[in-house]
Design a protein around this ligand. Structure first.
Ligand code: GCO
Length: 255
């Protein structure tokens, strides 16, 4: 029996949107902490490459590809896991997209696509995972929010609304499922060096603004999310529920 409270040996973790970016880095971190990870996405080639990368490190990684916005596919994926006898002990709701434009120019379809991917999917996948976790009396759900769970900036209204919803969905899940042995918390990344933010990283004016707003005076590195992900996925957080951990270089603490 490991006395390391951060040991994830024997656990299975499903990380949505984990063929690349923050999702892949968190999946790798959970695997390095001992978990068997289920990699999720819609691009089979990317998923195979991600799996090969983790297996190349001797880590336990399988692929569970489905579109997080397709409820029937989500339900079928969990049915497949049931039939294989695979229990998801840890769910990381990470999948998300970004669309940037003035709110007045957004179409309803664009709005719905962001909300469906970034928020509704966390509800649907969270519900499917939690039904099984509740039956077993334990489980960890980690919803990936954002600085935008707390603060807004122009041009990212749907994303911000979705990430604000992630914070309150996290609290709702926590208050309904804590007594059933589940811990549901969130991670709010700040401005991280990811493909999704490439347009911002390439923008000199944005970088100048950001460096005035972040006390750490730098962008975050994706690996800097792993510690919080392992912590919230492990027994070290068994009495923590409904919390958001912001990994933002101090940005939220600063006026
Ligand atoms: C943006 C960015 C942000 C970051 C991150 C901030 O356009 O402002 O995409 O949303 O991705 O979520 O915490």
């Amino acid at each position: 029996m490991s006395h390391n409270p951060f040991d994830l040996s024997g656990k299975t973790a499903l990380v949505t949107g984990s063929s690349r970016g923050l999702g892949f880095v968190m999946a790798r971190g959970l695997a390095r902490a001992g978990a068997r990870v289920l990699l999720n996405g819609v691009d089979a080639k990317r998923l195979q490459a991600a799996q090969a990368s983790l297996k190349g490190e001797g880590l336990a990684a399988d692929v569970l590809g489905f579109d997080v916005t397709d409820e029937a596919k989500v339900v079928a994926a969990f049915g497949k896991l049931d039939s294989e006898g695979t229990a998801v002990d840890i769910l990381v709701n990470n999948a998300g997209i970004q669309v940037r434009k003035p709110l007045l120019e957004f179409t309803s379809d664009e709005w719905r696509r962001v909300i469906d991917t970034n928020l509704t999917s966390a509800f649907v996948i969270g519900r499917e995972a939690a039904r099984r976790m509740v039956a077993r009396g334990h489980g960890k759900i980690i919803n990936i929010g954002s600085l935008a769970s707390e603060l807004a900036r122009p041009t990212v209204a749907p994303y911000t609304a979705a990430k604000g919803g992630i914070k309150m969905l996290t609290r709702s899940m926590a208050v309904e499922w804590a007594a059933k042995g589940l811990q549901v918390n969130g991670i709010g990344p700040g401005y991280m060096l990811t493909d999704m933010n490439q347009a911002l990283m390439d923008n000199a004016d944005f970088n100048t603004w950001l460096m005035t707003r972040v006390p750490a005076k730098r962008w975050g590195k994706p690996d800097e999310l792993v510690g919080a992900a392992v912590f919230l996925a492990s027994s070290a957080s068994d009495y923590i529920n409904g919390q958001m951990i912001y990994i933002d270089g101090g940005m939220l603490a600063s006026m």
